[in-house]
Structures are given as C-alpha cells and as structure tokens.
Design a binder for this molecule. Sequence first.
Ligand code: AP5
Length: 228
Amino acid sequence: MTPEQRHPDKLDRAVIFLGPPGSGKGTQAIELAKKYGVPHLSTGDMFREHVSKGTPLGAQAKPIMERGELVPDSLVLKMIAERIERPDCSHGFVFDGFPRTEAQAKYLGELLKDHGYKRPFVIHLVIDPSILMRRLTGRRTCKVGGEIYNIYDRPPKVEGVCDNDGGELMQRPDDREEVVGARLQAYEKQTAPLAAYYQRRGLLHDIDASKSVEEIGRQILQAVRGAR
Ligand code: AP5
C-alpha cells in the first residue's frame, strides 16, 4: 500500500474481528490493518509460525490445532501480552481470531485499560454456516506473503501461484473437511457467546459477511470511521 492509499487518520484502538472459521476475518483484517498502517495480529498465524519453527509453544499447540480445538487460554494470553507491548502497536492494532473465549475477552479488556487504549471496536462477521465449508476447503494461502485465495471464488491467475509475489500456495492442514466440523463446533460453544458479551457493552458492530470481499471492506471502513 502506498502512503497515498493509506488512511489519513490514526486508528489508536484495538479492532477485534469476531466470526466463525471462514467468515473472512483474515481477509478483512489484513486490509484494514494495511489501510491504517497498524499491525495485523492473528493468533492463528502466530501459532502456525511457532509450529513451523518447532518451538516448545508450537509443539504444544500443534496437536490441538490439528484436532480443530482451541489452544488453552494461558498460552494465548502470554503470547498476546508480549506482542502488544512492542512499539509497532502504539497506534492501535487489528486482532484476527482473538479473543475467542470469555476469559480471553476479560483479560484483553484489562490489558487495554492498563496500556491506556480506548475501548475496542468489535466487528462481528455474520454468515450462514452452510457457506463456510466451501470457503474453508477451497482456501489457499501464499507461503511467502500470506495472501489468501479461494480456488472456487477467488482463484489466483495461475493455479498454485500467488499473484502478488509468485509464492507457492498451500492448504492449511486444519482446512480438511474432517477437521472443519470440529472447528465450527468449538466456535459455536466457546466463541459465539462473545457476540452477546460485546453487545452488552455496546461495542459490537454486525456486518453481513455473505457479500463480496470489496463490499464488506467498504462497510467495515465506514463502521470503524463512524466509531471514532
Ligand atoms: P485461525 O487461524 O484464527 O482460524 P479460524 O478462526 O478458524 O479462522 P480462519 O482463518 O479459518 O477463517 P477466516 O475467518 O480468517 O477466513 P479467511 O479470511 O481466511 O485459528 C486456527 C487455530 O488456531 C484454531 O482452530 C485454534 O486451534 C488456534 N487458535 C487461534 N487463535 C486462538 C485463540 N485466540 N484461542 C485459542 N486457540 C486459538 O477466508 C476463508 C476463505 O473464504 C478464503 O479462501 C477467502 O478467500 C474466502 N473468502 C473470504 N471472504 C469472502 C467473501 N466475502 N466472499 C467469498 N469468499 C470469501
């Protein structure tokens, strides 16, 4: 993104993307973070990096992720607390896949208060679950830059190759059909209640996530600007 395309305002807050696997959190969070020039903090990406580097944290998370379950709160929270203390977070950041349990949401509330941030703005991607299987099993991600494609709805120009940087496209192990069901169940049981949690606090903004990527992006930007 060139400096001219970047949004002129500062974000100065945490934006949270809440929605089931495949609702488009990553796709939209990356774009919003680029627009405001702030970090995109995906806990899923952080764990996948630990797994690929073979760290002790990665070794703990790997079997849990492969079963489509949530990694224990204690491991997630430590990782987040360390990450948002880095200087690149001083003008806000965009969470993708965090928080995912009420304990994580409560901890984040305290953490933001302690660091002097405004209350977070929560974008809730609302979507019919029947659409999600196709989105997840069709997803391919660039090994180099992380760009997200879908072989059915958002294919690259050349099969298996990223349009942006020519990187190889890969399928996530947890996007296999047999694991997706467990991920959707974990979402319903442990994460979906957060919509009511943030609604009660007046922080939730619903967005219809069945529209086009571009239309959803426009609505999100409008909502975030309106919240300022
Ligand atoms: P994570 O990586 O966070 O995965 P997820 O929540 O399951 O979400 P996804 O990344 O699958 O979907 P998305 O909503 O980002 O959709 P995307 O934009 O990619 O977590 C993985 C695992 O890590 C968890 O299962 C857990 O084990 C662990 N973990 C992570 N965070 C944790 C936490 N806080 N606590 C505990 N454990 C944690 O889009 C999907 C596809 O749809 C793409 O192909 C895309 O091109 C396509 N698409 C997107 N938008 C549209 C659209 N509008 N129209 C058509 N297609 C679209």
